[in-house]
Design a protein around this ligand. Structure first.
Ligand SMILES: Nc1ncnc2c1ncn2[C@@H]1O[C@H](COP(=O)(O)OP(=O)(O)O)[C@@H](O)[C@H]1O
Ligand SMILES: [Mg+2]
Length: 400
């Protein structure tokens, strides 16, 4: 038998596996590296975050990613080069992180690499009747495997699409494993570049779970800041937004996009929610005179209100539902203030209160997907559904 397959088989039989989850979302802020110790599988899974770091991208790398991300026309040679380059960059960052934690590469069983999404095109977005839901993540996992010496599982989204889904959001699987509760309906909200949520009714089977993108999380705020303030990448602590005023004409125009009235589940990305979208809304609402501060204030309100509207629809007037938040948006005090003012204090918390680091959660969810891929059982996700099929996701890259 091929030695790598033999090794994978023995990893799948281990009681506890060391799995590194990697995540870099549409914010292009940095690479999240979450080293998890995972035992068991399915609803019996226990996950323990041993180490976590977000390694921020330098300006050059962020610009290189921006140039090929979410645009209809890009330089094809650059795309080809970046696929390799990102894989090498990830491998180097993992090697450095392991070194700094005093952990040998040989102690790690698996790397789960999400890759960098460079385009997300569900059918409802591209509207080409003869074509399918599509999405593309790059950052070659063979580079990661060869340069770290660790078997790497990657490209999780394609199988989801092959089975009928939109390739996103995949949070439902890990959220269901980690957060299903006998007594409480739970809504897991992640505020990244794009915001998404998973609604898990109490004692639910997997096909009762609803997982959907909501709209822009931090992405529009980040984009407006990057474009208008030299050297800033985001509105740290919402200082700019707090110095401006919400403009309601612009706010209403932003919220009038047809995406918000589509039924759930639905997925989206910066292909839709980008600066063109903001400029169009400014034009329609006749608000060209607004200051950057007022625009950023309005974009922040818009992200929060889109989230509130979506959660209220899912809540169906049941205010006892627990809302559990993660992602970079929890560090934006203004977004959090909007949400806090709207939802019952008792049922509103971050994942930290359930012992899951809110910045590490998404990377941990991919570590869980990899764990299911090598050690999961079909029964965990029951019959699944079209938008959340019961399948194992990811492709395997061996180090040798
Ligand atoms: N202190 C802060 N103040 C305001 N926004 C913040 C703060 N810290 C992080 N963020 C926001 O969180 C984003 C990163 O969130 P993240 O969950 O990593 O998103 P993604 O999954 O898209 O990479 C940053 O780009 C920024 O917009
Ligand atoms: Mg990030």
């Amino acid at each position: 038998m091929n030695k790598s397959i033999e090794q994978l088989l023995s990893i799948s039989k281990k009681d506890t596996r060391n799995i590194i989850g990697l995540m870099s979302g549409t914010s292009l802020d940095g690479l999240d590296i979450a080293l998890c110790s995972i035992s068991g599988n399915g609803l019996q899974t226990e996950i323990n975050l041993k180490h976590f770091v977000t390694i921020p991208y330098d300006d050059q790398f962020r610009n290189e990613l921006e140039l090929i991300s979410s645009k209809k026309t890009i330089d094809l040679q650059q795309l080809c080069i970046m696929n390799t380059h990102i894989g090498i960059r990830y491998a180097n960052l993992i090697n450095e992180a392991l070194h700094s934690w005093g952990i040998k590469n040989s102690e790690i069983d698996i790397i789960a690499s999400h890759g960098q999404t460079i385009y997300h095109a569900p059918k409802q977005f591209h509207q080409k009747s003869d074509f399918y839901n599509s999405t593309l993540q790059i950052g070659d996992a063979d580079q990661i495997a060869v340069r770290t010496g660790i078997t790497t599982i990657s490209d999780f989204r394609q199988k989801h699409i092959a089975a009928g889904g939109e390739g996103a959001p995949l949070a439902a699987y890990g959220d269901y494993i980690l957060f299903t509760n006998q007594n409480t309906n739970r809504i897991l909200l992640n505020i990244g570049g794009i915001s998404n949520c998973t609604y898990i009714p109490k004692n639910a089977s997997f096909n009762e779970v609803i997982c959907t993108d909501i709209g822009p999380g931090n992405k529009l705020i980040d984009s407006w800041v990057k474009n208008n303030y030299e050297k800033l990448h985001y509105d740290k602590d919402a200082l700019i937004a707090k110095s401006g005023k919400v403009n309601y004409a612009l706010l209403n125009s932003l919220l009038s996009h047809s995406f918000f009235s589509l039924p759930v589940p639905k997925t989206t990305g910066p292909e839709l929610f980008n600066l063109d979208y903001v400029h169009d809304a400014i034009k329609t609402s006749n608000t060209k005179h607004l200051s950057n501060e007022d625009i950023i204030s309005t974009l922040t309100a818009m992200s929060a209100i889109a989230i509130i509207n979506q959660i209220e629809t899912l809540n169906k007037n049941d205010n006892s539902n627990e809302i559990i938040i993660s992602g970079g948006g929890i560090h934006n005090p203004l977004i959090m203030e909007y949400l806090q003012n709207n939802f019952e204090q008792a049922s509103f918390k971050t994942t930290a209160e359930l012992n899951i680091n809110p910045d590490a959660k998404e990377a941990m969810l991919f570590a869980l997907l990899a764990n299911e891929m090598i050690a999961g059982e079909e029964s965990t996700f029951g019959t699944g559904s079209t938008s959340m099929p019961n399948i194992s996701m990811g492709k395997i890259s061996f180090a040798i």
